[in-house]
Write a protein that binds this ligand. Structure first.
Ligand code: MN
Length: 725
């Protein structure tokens, strides 16, 4: 019987690792692996496992398991180092980077990150956790593979861990790591993790099965030999080369079958699976036909995973036939390549690709790119990682908090979204952010796997600009709520000033009136519950100060007095009928101000917003900021006849090849339309491209559009667009 314990020698030595690596890698970087080993030895010195073994046994065993997964030297070395940063006071990330390079350092960091993740409610969030692990590490799948090897070795030594912890770890393994290994197509890893977890979660059932299986062992071996001989004959008769084996299914899979079909152990018929590995797909089908002609197939048990691979890319033909003694006999047929994929999953694919590649520097590879490429190549939706596909291209990103928790955000979410998710206070006072230790702008789009950190300052306040780029509704709501409150405060102060000023014209004291209760009476008359609410309404422009005055001043005096205040003059346009829009006569109209965020150009569609104390601000109709403004303040505006007499400073961005003469071509196109150029800035990009910004004096939208079209025609120009804000 093939026990899970046969996977790992009792004590693994670095030579075992190296022997294993040599068996599948042609020119492995053994020097690197040895250096990793010496480093781990040195820094784990004096540390011990719960089993009493030196700590370094664990990283060595982990790297051995990675070698059994047939991974590259970099991954094997990372296996040796994977616990040094977290567990050795003498080691930090920088040191690993210096000694072993960026790639290994970032793999170690990834493994450490996963180790810090918390899986709080396993039962309910299993799928969610999956996604989180996968997404957080999607940059380099090797991180997951190292974590799998790490967990696998920990499962082998779980008996030394305290009982409650033991159960928690076994459950987590069963619920998270087993499905993960399955999804990555790594069959032997999955089976091993599963049997080990089962052993700790249900020791009675596990050892009961072990006992029952050992009882029938002799008979079973004899039976296997008989069938193997028959199959061998069959191959020989038809001159087909093939490798035949018969093996006991895993303990947990037998147990699962008993549970699912409510069977006693004796009733489980197919505890043995026969496997034939053949040279070609055609031979697989041929052999299948031969088996079916010799033994009667059980209807409904034939599965063609060759034509329809499983989601993890597993391929094989499965059939169950009625054997010699009337027993059920399961046979799996596959090619050598299918077998490799079945055993090594994602790792097998990578190795296959590497073998085909001409790149001599075969140690270096980028898992994610491989994955992505693979997705692009395969149009078969059932192909490997089909399930992952949706995850990889999902609309969510997963990022880490400084504590290592994983948070999900919609794609495109920014540090501000992150900050608001942590706490409203943090959101409101964030001034900067770091992603993976590097400063990023607040409008940075977070990437899966980023470790985010928010910098705050007490006197920072939420900005209206943030509404332009935040993606989560919580952040939006909280920013709006803050702005509204701030606005109320400002309106209150403004209302106070306005009323006090107007009252003083009539020699009235606001303080006295308030004490006498006059202001509250007036407020209530106009349906405001408090004086402050009325003042805010005055400041905001909802209530004309005139209505307050007429309650306090005799009509004759009021008539005679200074009739119109500046505020009332300003509000006049608002009182016009809705259908009637305000015409902008000239750019410099006192009442109008062009919004800086979108700098409207005469002739294009615009909207106006009343801004207290600043008249009306004009935005373009499609301006993102305008879309966030209060609808109550919106007024219809249009360009008047005077519009367009002056020019508007407008910035455009041109993406072009960085070649001689291109700048001259663009400037002459601009000049030919009699447009003045204020400024030019050029930024060199990758691939010999440059982004050039021009600040121009534009007369109207037609002129702007015509110019952009002209620039677009220039050879070497990829795009020309107007820049906002
Ligand atoms: Mn470890």
């Amino acid at each position: 019987m093939q026990s899970v314990d046969s996977i790992l020698p009792k004590k693994v030595r670095i030579d075992d690792v190296i022997r294993e690596v040599r068996s599948y890698l042609e020119n492995p970087d053994l020097e690197l692996i040895r250096r990793g080993y010496v480093f781990a030895m040195k820094h784990h010195e004096g540390q011990w496992r719960k089993s009493g073994a030196p700590y370094v046994d664990h990283p060595v065993a982990t790297s051995y398991l990675l070698a059994r997964m047939r991974l590259d030297a970099v991954t094997i070395t990372t296996g040796l180092l994977h616990d040094t940063v977290e567990d050795c006071a003498t080691v930090d990330s920088e040191m690993v980077k210096e000694l072993f390079g960026e790639e290994i350092a970032s793999l170690v960091e990834g493994v450490t990150k996963i180790g810090q993740m918390q899986f709080s409610s396993l039962e309910h969030q299993q799928a969610e956790n999956f996604k989180k692990i996968l997404m957080a590490t999607a940059r380099d799948v090797r991180v997951i593979l190292i974590k799998l090897a790490d967990r696998l070795h920990n499962m082998f030594t779980l008996e030394y861990v305290a009982r409650e912890k033991r159960e928690r770890i076994a459950r987590e393994t069963m619920e998270i790591y087993v499905p993960l290994a399955h999804r990555l197509g790594m069959q032997w890893v999955k089976t091993a993790l599963e049997d080990l977890s089962f052993r700790f979660l249900n020791p009675r059932a596990y050892y009961d099965l072990v006992l029952r299986l050992s009882r029938g062992r002799k008979e079973r071996e004899k039976y296997i030999e008989e069938v193997l001989a028959l199959l061998k004959d069959l191959l020989g008769q038809h001159n087909i080369q093939g490798e035949i084996s018969g093996r006991l299914k895993s303990i947990h899979s037998i147990y699962r079958k008993m549970q699912a079909q409510n069977l006693e152990f004796e009733e489980v018929m197919d505890i043995i699976a026969f496997r034939i590995i053949l040279a070609s797909v055609a031979e697989c089908y041929e052999m299948l036909g031969l088996i079916h002609s010799l033994w009667k197939p059980i209807p409904g048990r034939f599965k063609d995973y060759v034509a329809l691979p499983k989601a993890n890319m597993y391929q094989s033909l499965h059939t169950t036939v009625i054997g010699l003694k009337g027993e059920r006999m399961e046979v799996q047929l596959r090619t050598q390549e299918m077998h490799r994929v079945a055993m090594f999953g994602i790792a097998a694919h990578w190795r296959y690709k590497e073998g085909a590649a001409t790149d001599k520097d075969g140690q270096k590879f980028d898992w994610l790119r491989q994955l992505m490429e693979w997705h692009r190549e395969t149009e078969d939706p059932r192909a490997f990682l089909a399930g992952l596909k949706t995850d990889l291209f999902s609309d969510e990103v997963y990022v880490f908090t400084p504590k290592g928790d994983v948070l999900a955000f919609p794609k495109g979410a920014t540090p501000v979204d992150f900050a608001y998710r942590i706490h409203t206070q943090v959101g409101g006072s964030c001034v900067g952010a770091k992603a993976n230790g590097r400063m990023v702008p607040l409008r940075y789009e977070m990437q899966s796997g980023d470790r985010m950190e928010i910098l705050t300052r007490k006197d920072q306040k939420p900005s209206r600009d943030w509404l332009q780029f935040v993606k989560t509704s919580t952040a939006k709501q909280k920013i709006r709520a803050y702005l509204k409150e701030e606005e109320t405060e400002r309106s209150l102060a403004a209302g106070h000033t306005i009323l006090e000023k107007e009252l003083s014209r009539y020699k009235l004291s606001m303080g006295k009136l308030e004490k006498a209760g006059d202001l509250l009476r007036i407020a209530q008359k106009y349906n405001y519950h408090a004086v402050d609410a009325m003042l805010a309404a005055i400041g905001y422009g909802k209530l004309s100060v005139k209505y307050v005055l007429q309650e306090l001043v005799e009509p004759e005096k009021l008539e005679a007095g200074p009739v119109e205040s500046a505020i009332d003059r300003l509000l006049k346009p608002l009182k016009r009928k809705k259908s009637e829009s305000i015409k902008i006569q000239g750019i410099d109209d006192v009442l109008f101000r062009m919004a800086k965020c979108c700098s409207p150009v005469p002739g294009e569609a615009i909207v106006g917003f009343v801004t207290r104390g600043r008249g009306i601000t004009v935005h373009t109709a499609d301006c993102a900021i305008a879309a966030t403004l209060d609808d109550e303040r919106r007024v219809e505006v249009e360009w008047g006849e005077g519009g367009g007499q002056k020019t508007v400073a407008t910035t455009i961005a041109v993406l072009a090849q960085d070649r001689a003469g291109i700048l001259a071509a663009i400037t002459s196109a601009i000049g030919s339309l009699e447009i003045n150029i204020h400024e030019i800035h050029s930024t060199n990009l990758e691939d010999n491209n440059a982004e050039i910004h021009f600040v121009l004096e534009i007369k109207n939208i037609q002129q702007l559009q015509k110019m952009l079209a002209e620039i677009g025609k220039i050879k070497g120009v990829q795009s020309a667009r107007r820049l906002r804000g």
